[in-house]
Design a protein around this ligand. Structure first.
Ligand SMILES: Cc1cc2nc3c(=O)[nH]c(=O)nc-3n(C[C@H](O)[C@H](O)[C@H](O)COP(=O)(O)OP(=O)(O)OC[C@H]3O[C@@H](n4cnc5c(N)ncnc54)[C@H](O)[C@@H]3O)c2cc1C
Length: 417
């Protein structure tokens, strides 16, 4: 039987491991921490997961929280008026065709590790270093490194400059989970300002239902405030101040909120990077990068967990298609190419969101207020970023589309998307 090791028990690695185990592969997951430590640890993500990734989890029988999680049924978008005045310059909402969800990754990872073990999968607890990989590559037919973002495997999977336009982080990120007596938000709120973004959404966390609130500050600007903040009370006070100053229509939500607990905040900066996906070890053996280890996006566009799920599907399909052949370098490039055929669009969409919106994107966001078709199409970029390329990547085509969609709206037609 083919023996496969997955280094890293996260959204990417566990979904792949469970999928392969269901096909009878002998799969070992090498996890940094046991499930109870993950569950009782600091929050990991804000993890808004959209329909395609959820559909995959349901196919695998591992979406275990459908009955408990608050569905994220819509997106509410507002853009700050640069002239001030306290009301948004742009404001629209659009329903998702299929609801998204945010289930705390601490819940998902710990439950999925138990599920994987229940399927007969092996779990080893080991923080793997690059030097350890040769021993794994000697023991297993295929080693997939799904150990998340960060520099630990930099030398093995070098940066691809062609696809990595940024060399530094573009946002200073602060997330907090709160309980609020304000009526529950049942959608994703996305507030845009020249200084950064603010998101809020219902989350099913290790502490039960909470509101996940994130601020993404442009470095050097007035929302670049999260360094040295350790205390959740202090975090909440700063979040209230930012909301009053930039997004006053949301003041009530945080004024009626309280922090959920000492580990329910997360601060930091993430440099977006695309890496060469195939690493060569000192022995000459090869290992394959996956998820954030291969492609790390800033969380601003909510693509990382979604693309991690897509990577799991792509790599599983590649393993099955490889039948009894060796998992050689060609296999690894082919597996990554299946994933990248979609992920490249997510990466482009996400990287473009980090730059000030150009005229045609502002025109699109503005038109979305009056033309529901445009709002619907923009909202669905988050679940299907493939639609971004050729639309908002092309200023002329996107302005033409706005004119056509506007004409359809004024004639009472529904644009088929
Ligand atoms: C603040 C924030 C908000 C986010 N919001 C969203 C969102 O709304 N939507 C979205 O799609 N994505 C979001 N993301 C991104 C998303 O969380 C990640 O892209 C996704 O979790 C990547 O999955 P992964 O499995 O590749 O990596 P991870 O989830 O990071 O999993 C990697 C695993 O490997 C383990 N590990 C690390 N090093 C080693 C080692 N040396 N040996 C063994 N194990 C190791 C880690 O403990 C971890 O369990 C957000 C991220 C952050 C930080």
């Amino acid at each position: 039987m083919r023996r496969i090791a997955v280094i890293g028990a996260g959204q990417a690695g566990l979904v792949l491991a469970i999928g392969l185990r269901r096909h009878g592969y002998d799969v070992t997951v090498v996890a940094e921490r046991p499930p109870d430590e993950v569950r009782s640890g600091r929050l990991i993500s804000n993890q808004c997961v959209f329909h395609p990734a959820l559909a995959r989890e349901r196919e695998l029988g591992i979406n275990l929280w459908d009955r408990d999680v608050t569905p994220i049924g819509e997106i509410e978008f507002k853009a700050v008026d640069p002239a001030g005045g306290g009301t948004p310059a742009i404001s629209w909402r659009a329903e998702f065709d299929h609801a998204a969800q945010s289930v705390d990754q601490r819940v998902k990872v710990s439950d999925w590790m138990a599920h994987f073990a229940g399927l007969g999968g092996e779990i080893r607890i080991h923080r793997v270093t690059p030097d350890d990989l040769d021993a794994y590559a000697a023991e297993f037919d295929l080693v997939v490194v799904a150990a998340g973002r960060g520099p630990q495997f930099d030398a093995l999977f070098p940066r691809e400059p062609e696809f990595s336009p940024y060399t530094e982080a573009q946002r200073d990120i602060g997330i907090i989970y709160v309980r609020t007596s304000h009526p529950v938000i049942d959608g994703l709120t996305f507030n845009l300002s020249p200084y950064g973004e603010n998101f809020a959404m219902p989350v099913l966390s290790v502490q039960g239902p909470v509101l996940g609130v994130g601020f993404f500050g442009v470095p050097g600007g007035p929302m670049d405030v999260w360094h040295d903040i350790a205390d959740p009370g202090q975090h909440l006070e700063i979040a209230r101040g930012l909301t009053r100053r930039f997004f006053p229509w949301h003041t009530e939500i945080l004024d009626n909120a309280e922090p959920v607990g000492p580990l329910e905040t997360l601060h930091g900066r993430i440099t977006p990077i695309v890496r060469h996906p195939v690493g060569t070890l000192p022995s000459g053996r090869r290992v394959l990068a996956m998820g954030d280890t291969a492609v790390t996006n800033d969380p601003v566009g909510g693509q990382g967990a979604n693309m991690a799920a897509h990577a799991a599907r792509s790599y599983e399909e590649a393993v099955l298609a490889n039948e009894d052949r060796e998992f050689d370098e060609k296999f690894m490039h082919d597996a990554f190419a299946r994933y990248w055929s979609v992920a490249q669009h997510a990466t482009r969409f996400n990287n473009d969101l980090l730059a000030p919106p150009p005229e045609h994107v502002l025109a699109t966001l503005d038109t979305a207020q009056r033309v529901p078709e445009v709002a619907h199409r923009f909202a669905h970029l988050f679940e299907n970023p493939v639609n971004y390329t050729g639309w908002l990547t092309d200023p002329e085509a996107s302005m033409r589309y706005l004119a056509e969609a506007g004409a359809r709206a004024s004639h009472g037609e529904h644009g088929g998307l």
